[in-house]
Design a protein. Sequence first.
Length: 153
Amino acid sequence: MIRIQEEDFDVGTEIALMTADKAMIGGIAAFIGLVRDMAPVEGTDKRINAMNLEHYPGMTEKKLCEIEAEANRRWPLDASLVIHRYGSLKPGDQIVLVTCASAHRQAAFEACQFLIDWLKTEAPFWKLEDTDDGTMWVETRDTDKAAAARWKK
């Protein structure tokens, strides 16, 4: 299941809903992404006051569905959930929740890691950080690209 939303989410509630009446699930892996209070810029850290996340409605959901479908093709998942927020967020706010459930933990771990790696590089979200020195767009980092590249077939 994919959701793009402005409002926050409750991790426990979301996992309970995802796993309700699914006794075959033996393991759940989850990743929760948060807004940091500092951004590395040219070897220094800049304080982040807010992060504004933008997306292209329709296109974003389509791409996330493709990424989730690929995870379900690669691993035997009993359930998966991706919630990604947009709008103005403050340091400490939740941005993303990725959960994968499977009969066995290894599939859940790998699928969860795949999903977050591909979300960081493939999903059409744009992040604008508001710092004391002004605003700056967040670029995809080389480390994120390398993490996603290991999943390419």
